[in-house]
Design a protein around this ligand. Sequence first.
Ligand SMILES: *Cc1c(COP(=O)(O)O)cnc(C)c1O
Length: 221
Amino acid sequence: MSDVVARLQETREAIARAARDFGRKPDAVTLVAVSKTKPAEMIAPVLEAGQIDFGENYVQETKEKWPALCERFPKARLHMIGPLQSNKARDAVALFDVIQSLDRESLAKELAREIERAGKAPELIVQVNTGAEPQKGGVLPGEADAFLELCRSRYSLTIAGLMCIPPAEDQPSPHFALLAKIAKRNGLPILSMGMSADYEAAIQLGATHVRVGSAIFGARG
Ligand SMILES: *Cc1c(COP(=O)(O)O)cnc(C)c1O
């Protein structure tokens, strides 16, 4: 078994263990394997091992890497987790099953237009910048409720949940708790939070999706 597949299995087991420890069902947590910057040869064995959900950060890279993989593994589900330019909305709607980085009105508008045109809608998740970091995408926590309402009322978009990336230097748990609180008061079932270093804490606080890259695929160059 390759190192990558061994690490995939370890990660799955650790997720199931964390879920049980915190009184949750293991199948209530979806592992999104983050394969950005990793070549198709490294991803194929992970697909062969039964992994379904994958995260990518770049539209162009996804376009180059995934169509051939999706042909071999039609069950694969692709999640856009990186910053998305509005002018890439058409490609994103065509390529991705889930877009986790919806964070501004101009993008909501373009996605609504492209969903209408394509006649198919990816699942949409709004990114919240829980640490209010200027360099990071996401709506500010205090603006999340209004943005969700705008997506629903003005653009008729169905929002499935929320995503966050806590500041690297902070304890992540308060950020996860804040995201869970915003999701709860807006009736949103999906919470995408937790990465390689902190997915167990995220599961404790209700993550339904954890996005794990380096713990499976190794460090990125
Ligand atoms: C790269 C990335 C991840 C994976 O991070 P790791 O620390 O390698 O697990 C998760 N979420 C987002 C949004 C990312 O950009």
